[in-house]
Design a protein around this ligand. Structure first.
Ligand SMILES: Cc1ncc(COP(=O)(O)O)c(C=O)c1O
Length: 393
């Protein structure tokens, strides 16, 4: 079984590029060039250098001793939270800004949910001196205020998306609309492993540095490159894709994908796409999608802005359909509790997105000898207000 994209842009039956005719030249330009550009030695050199000196990679692989003791298994945290700007999102934006420059683009647009991708995009635009416009749902603007301020300080224009649930999906719609209107000079930096081919593959390749590092880091800790499990939360699926990438074809490594159940999978207020989704098309790709009987997209809900998306990237839809990954759904309450637990046991305040991945230890029993690597995709600074309100701190 192949879990990577094929030459037509599909993961099994999912993926492809379902785009309006007006976007075709942009997407096709990228499709024809992305692998060539990524293979250029000068590109690789600049990418690697910036990941090292600017982002601060490699991010540590940390053995979480007290957490491991509590759950009687060996838990390692891949510390993407320690990256510059506080999450894994910067790996992708560094790659895409270098891509945009080589394609001669001068204007950058992006969508953001939790604001981490918006901040990461505003950051690389400042670094390269390019104009930056970030679309963000009005609800997310309210619940992620610190990140909105950061984007503005970095010189970006933040445009509120006022339609639909006023969250990530709607911000993505606005960004696509902008791109259609500005096809020549603009590059759209998509922030997750979603969108029309080649985006899911390109984003996955930029994020694959995560599992590339886990391999040699785990070898140092445990004498083996392969853990028993790799675990990550899934919004669109970019930190997950990067965490799984070099393990996709290692059958002894089990994959766990953690989705947001919101108020409960059956509550009507959820973002658990693998359970609630059916095949459909969103934002240019065929994937699993939460939708009504007549194909209208269902509004997703999660306490975490970064997981509040009605679909998953096509790679994850394929991993779900083939059974390669086990999907678990975590409620708001379970995630918040797991987030606070990490604070108390390890002195690390995680992003609420990452807290979803941590919450699986209350649901699933691992063996004492199991090595479980969890992607700690981001830090909790942006979520302090949410934690404060939730726990009445
Ligand atoms: C810290 C963090 N983790 C995870 C996610 C989810 O995105 P993805 O599924 O693309 O990794 C986000 C999205 O904003 C995020 O900010």
């Amino acid at each position: 079984m192949n879990y990577n994209v094929n030459e037509k842009g599909y993961y099994g039956e999912f993926g492809g590029a379902y785009i309006p005719e007006m976007l075709y030249p942009n997407v096709e330009e990228l499709r024809q060039n992305y692998l060539k550009i990524m293979a250029e030695p000068s590109f690789k050199k600049e990418f690697d250098q910036l990941l090292k000196d600017y982002v601060g990679r490699p991010s540590p692989l940390y053995f979480a001793k007290r957490l491991s003791e509590k759950y009687n298994t060996k838990i390692y945290l891949k510390r993407e939270d320690l990256n510059h700007t506080g999450a894994h999102k910067i790996n992708n934006t560094i790659g895409q800004i270098l891509m945009a420059k080589r394609l001669g683009k001068t204007r950058i647009i992006a969508e953001t949910g939790a604001g981490q991708h918006g901040v990461a995009t505003a950051t690389v635009c400042a670094l390269m001196g390019l104009e930056c416009i970030v679309y963000m749902g009005e609800i997310d603007i309210a619940r992620q205020a610190p990140n909105v301020a950061r984007m503005k300080m970095l010189g970006a224009t933040v445009v509120p998306a006022l339609s639909g649930s006023r969250t990530l999906k709607d911000a993505t719609n606005e960004a696509i609309r902008d791109w259609i209107n500005n096809p020549v000079n603009t590059h759209y930096i998509i922030g997750s492993a979603i969108g029309p081919h080649p985006y899911p593959d390109m984003v996955t390749r930029f994020q694959s540095v995560i599992s590339e590092e886990i391999k040699w880091q785990l070898k140092e800790h445990e004498g083996t490159e392969n853990p028993n499990y790799v675990v990550a939360c899934i919004g669109g699926g970019s930190n997950a894709a990067g965490t799984y990438y070099h393990y996709l074809h290692e059958p002894d490594v089990k994959i766990i994908a953690v989705e947001a159940a919101g108020l409960g999978v059956d509550s009507g207020e959820s973002a658990a796409t693998s359970v609630l989704g059916k095949e459909g098309i969103i934002h240019g790709c065929k994937t699993l999608l939460m939708q009504t009987k007549d194909g209208q997209i269902t509004e997703p809900y999660s306490i975490s802005a970064g997981l509040d998306y009605p679909g998953v990237g096509p790679m994850h839809a394929h991993l779900c359909k083939t059974g390669r990954a086990e999907f678990m759904a975590i409620t708001d309450d379970e995630a918040m509790k797991a987030g606070l637990e990490l604070c108390k046991l390890e002195g690390i305040i995680p992003a609420i997105e990452s807290s979803h991945a941590l919450a699986i230890f209350e649901q699933k029993i691992f063996k004492p000898t199991d090595v479980v690597v969890v992607s700690l995709s981001g830090r909790g600074d942006k979520d302090l207000q949410n934690y404060i309100e939730y726990f009445k701190i």
